[in-house]
Design a protein around this ligand. Structure first.
Ligand SMILES: [Cu+2]
Length: 396
């Protein structure tokens, strides 16, 4: 099938990579685990779960003439304009899958262990709105083992070392100056759904050691997805490269306890040295092993989200997919408001459940005027019971 062939062309391995030689990020905490020397399980494991990938690696040496983008190229940390090597060639596809980058090929590697990748609950709290109307975000695309439960480590592809990536918050009309530097052997890119921009230029893939920069001003308020858009997008999203950008309206919404939930699915193979590879065939079959809010199946069951009785509670629910929607529902509660589009317009009231599509985001509000423990779920229970479930504790 075309997708598989395209993926084979893109999976390339460099055994010399050392992901511990990272530099500091601007404005974002270091990921929980920094000692992951030589981690290449994602790539080697892909070879195990996708027959033929290793043999297909040699096909990656083909390419196309350099791109003619006129936007800012290769700016940002560690790169300079015009530093492209001859082996780095950009191929623009005419179709909707953006474009693919091919580069030099190295041999396959053996897998490495999960090491001491630690489990950490993903904080769902919406970060405060920055005072500045301009934000500079300089992120890294990295391959790292991420412990998504006490017992499960996955060979993740990440933004800033975690899945989902950092939560971004801004206002309508703010300026986001974004740079992505790729520290991984596979080409990556960034697609912000909050941006209105030429995707061929801004969302283009970059090779290891290169960066892509662009600037955008969110036009609409709401909960928006960001994700890697490199081909095959299914594999990049399915390997963890998703996150949320929350855009506030010009006039603040009513005061509330605010939380962000990014739903995503996990399709994994058998562990190799303790690390589960992602399984592209399973992604295509759309039968996930786990579904999670904020990257850890069931994390808010064991460590619930807590509010006080009488508080307004606002959930920004973003569905990273890659494929499955989220029928968001809170057991024993009702949403007094759901914003289907840009708040404060597009509101419907008195809602039990509403479906957030893959690639979408909506805002759910309730007033927690009853004390108790309220499970919040993907009410598509074939998926909810795979981990897209948590508990909202309303305390007196
Ligand atoms: Cu990617």
């Amino acid at each position: 099938m075309p997708e598989m062939e395209e993926m084979r062309q893109c999976v390339e391995v460099d055994p010399t990579v050392d992901l511990t030689s990272r530099t500091a990020s601007r404005g974002h905490p270091e990921p929980p685990e920094t000692s992951r020397r030589g981690f290449l399980a994602s790539l080697s494991a892909l070879g195990l779960v996708i027959p033929g990938v290793g043999a297909a690696l040699s096909s990656c040496s083909r390419g196309a003439p350099g791109a003619a983008d006129s936007g800012r190229r290769d700016s940002g940390r560690g790169t300079t304009s015009g530093s492209q090597q001859p082996a780095n060639r950009v191929l623009h596809n005419p179709d909707s899958r953006l474009h693919t980058v091919h580069h030099a090929v190295g041999p396959t590697t053996t897998s490495v262990p999960a090491g001491n990748a630690t489990y950490q609950r993903f904080d769902p709290a919406l970060p405060p709105l920055p005072s500045s109307r301009t934000q500079q975000l300089h992120w890294r695309a990295q391959a790292l083992p991420v412990r998504i439960s006490p017992d499960i480590v996955v060979a993740a592809w990440t933004f800033e070392g975690n899945l989902p990536g950092p939560i971004v918050r801004c206002r309508v009309g703010d300026t986001i100056e974004f740079t992505l530097t790729n520290e991984h052997d596979v080409p990556h890119s960034m697609d912000f759904h909050a941006a209105q921009i030429d995707p061929k230029t801004a969302f283009r893939s970059v090779l290891k050691g290169q960066s892509v920069s662009y600037t955008f001003k969110p036009r609409y308020a709401g909960a928006f997805l960001y994700h890697c858009g490199s081909s095959p997008v299914l594999m990049h999203i399915g390997s963890g490269m998703v996150g949320a950008i929350i855009v506030d309206p010009p006039s603040p919404l009513p005061a509330a306890k605010e939380f962000v939930l990014v739903q995503s699915e996990f399709y994994v193979g058998n562990p190799v040295n303790g690390v589960h590879p992602f399984d592209y065939s399973k992604m295509l079959a759309t039968l996930p092993d786990y579904v999670a809010f904020n990257g850890r199946p069931g994390q808010y069951q064991t460590e619930p989200i807590r509010v006080k009785r009488g508080e307004r509670v606002r959930f920004y629910v973003v569905d990273g997919g890659p494929t499955i929607s989220c029928a968001f529902h809170i057991v024993g509660e009702q949403f007094d408001t759901v914003y289907l589009g840009s708040p404060p317009e597009n509101a419907i009231h008195g809602v039990q459940t509403f479906n957030v599509p893959a690639g979408g985001g909506m805002v759910f509000e309730l007033v927690a005027n009853v004390a108790g423990e309220f499970p919040f779920v993907n009410h598509g229970f074939g998926h909810g019971q795979k981990g897209a479930i948590g508990v909202l504790v309303v305390e007196e």
